[in-house]
Design a protein around this ligand. Structure first.
Ligand SMILES: C[S@@+](CC[C@H](N)C(=O)[O-])C[C@H]1O[C@@H](n2cnc3c(N)ncnc32)[C@H](O)[C@@H]1O
Length: 216
């Protein structure tokens, strides 16, 4: 819980910087993965973006009519009120709520897709299986999940992330553990690869992504 409070406070403080840097960086692989995810869904799909932050890129993508998604429901959930306030500006048509992804306040089968881009990596490692099981619970059978992780298990922090003077903490379970957790929660892998994250500390940082389908 202490980790989550740290993360929530940190994002409240840095939302303006995070948002402008996130928007300024474009990852073609991420854009292609989002396109593949939404191409697999029917018109009138229901999306939950877990750890939606400022609402880009997932909510923005599904709510842009030029992408042809026409969602019935686009919900963003995030711990940080600051991030959600930014999302109200960037994705005004999304339904936004404050909450934790390991305790999703939604009914079973409520969504056709869940995205968790660079957000599960802030949840304490011991809670990753709970969060992935929560994604499975709120998805309909056959629903899709797109998430990012770290390649290897790592817990740590940066005391001055994005030169904001704010400390940020991460908890990555690693790709192998995440694959196991997806399988245990009833997902089968549709596609996997890696995104490049220009906001990471190391130059040319790569983060694995998983596009998975919940068993029928
Ligand atoms: C790196 S940002 C990613 C935002 C957006 N998904 C993106 O791709 O840019 C991580 C977001 O996850 C949120 N977050 C972290 N832990 C969370 C949790 N346990 N439940 C819900 N949101 C969480 C943070 O508040 C933050 O807005």
């Amino acid at each position: 819980m202490a980790d989550r409070e740290d993360v929530r406070r940190a994002y409240d403080e840095i939302t303006a910087t995070y948002t402008s840097e996130r928007i300024a960086t474009r990852d073609e692989t991420e854009a292609a993965a989002l396109e593949a995810l939404f191409d697999s869904l029917p018109a009138g799909c229901r999306l939950l973006d877990a750890g939606c932050g400022q609402g880009t890129p997932a909510l923005e993508y599904v709510l842009d009519p030029s992408n042809g998604c026409d969602p019935e429901l686009a919900v963003g959930l995030d711990l940080s009120r600051g991030q959600l306030e930014t999302a109200t500006q960037l994705v005004p048509d999304a339904a936004l709520c404050q909450g934790a992804m390991s305790r999703l306040p939604f009914a079973a089968d409520a969504f056709d897709a869940v995205t968790a881009l660079y957000s599960l990596i802030h949840v304490p490692i011991d809670d990753h299986p709970t969060a992935i099981e929560a994604f499975a619970r709120v998805l309909r059978p056959g629903g899709r999940l797109l998430l990012t992780e770290g390649w290897t298990e790592w817990t740590g922090s940066n005391p001055d992330w994005l030169e904001t003077g704010t400390e940020m903490r991460w908890s990555m379970a690693g790709a192998a553990a995440t694959r196991d957790q997806l399988e245990s929660a009833g997902f089968e892998l549709v596609a996997a690869g890696e995104f490049s994250d220009a906001l990471a500390d190391e130059e040319d940082a790569r983060f694995p992504y998983f596009h998975a389908r919940l068993a029928e």
